[in-house]
Write a protein that binds this ligand. Structure first.
Ligand SMILES: NC(=O)c1ccc[n+]([C@@H]2O[C@H](COP(=O)([O-])OP(=O)(O)OC[C@H]3O[C@@H](n4cnc5c(N)ncnc54)[C@H](OP(=O)(O)O)[C@@H]3O)[C@@H](O)[C@H]2O)c1
Length: 219
């Protein structure tokens, strides 16, 4: 697949490198052009602006702070119709005291409203960056829990997640992003309260077979 990864920090680097290793064509974008070139070169991908990267991609992955989604959406909205957009962000308050979206729509639904025509999928937000680079822990394959209203996008994201070693599990419609963002916050707070190693991860025991999206791996 042709993948645009917007964000070259912990998440963008980890996911982008994994996609590249799995044989996908990855284009990275962020504001710092020099760092973007360096991350792209280290991951065997290309560097571009967010608009160029999204224009050339089948799947666009957002790995930026929640506060940046409006700016990124403005960059990519002219080229986004019909494309799969993976929202890996977590809408944390700047002081990490909770979710900025509490009591309202999820971050992913807000992103979807900013990107008319895009096929938005909430995915990878419940997995810490270290596990995104290697989705296995204690001998167990980790789950890529994802939520979307779009069946074609679900298939694409399941292929993508499967190709980098996750078990893809569709947990519900895009509205279920609310719970995925809550799960991520639960895990983040657990680590903060315990000064942890940031390696806890979610695996569902016996998820319904119909929710586990098994697709041939396509690069
Ligand atoms: N860290 C984790 O383990 C983890 C796990 C799951 C989900 N998440 C979520 O994933 C997102 C990214 O987390 P992170 O830890 O990777 O953050 P990070 O290391 O701070 O990286 C953020 C990236 O976003 C880019 N960025 C910021 N504003 C931008 C803009 N307007 N346009 C384009 N790029 C922009 C930054 O690059 P420039 O400054 O060069 O623009 C940087 O590369 C957050 O929403 C976070 O909550 C994090």
């Amino acid at each position: 697949m042709k993948i645009a990864v917007i964000g070259t920090g912990n998440v963008g680097s980890a996911l982008g490198s994994s996609f590249s290793r799995a044989g996908h064509q990855v284009t990275f974008a962020a504001r710092d052009a020099e760092k973007t070139r360096s991350v792209a070169s280290g991951a065997g991908g290309r560097a571009a602006t967010a608009t160029e990267a999204a224009a050339g991609a089948d799947v666009v992955v957002l790995a930026v702070p929640y506060a940046a989604i409006e700016a990124v959406a403005a960059d990519i909205v002219p080229v986004i119709a019909g494309k799969v957009v993976v929202d890996a962000t977590n809408p944390l308050k700047p002081d990490y005291s909770g979710l900025a979206t509490a009591g309202g729509a999820s971050g992913a639904e807000r992103l979807a409203a900013l990107l008319p025509g895009a096929r938005v999928v909430k995915a990878f937000n419940t997995v810490f960056a270290t596990n995104q680079a290697n989705p296995s822990s204690q001998g167990t394959t980790l789950d890529a829990l994802f939520a979307t209203d779009d069946d074609a996008a679900a298939t694409a994201v399941a292929e993508l997640a499967g190709s980098i070693g996750f078990r893809p599990v569709r947990v519900g419609p895009l509205a279920a992003a609310q719970e995925l963002e809550g799960l991520a916050w639960l895990n983040i707070r657990l680590q903060m309260l315990n000064n942890g190693a940031w390696n806890t991860a979610y695996v569902l025991v016996a998820p319904p077979e119909t929710a586990v999206v098994r697709t041939p791996v396509a690069a």
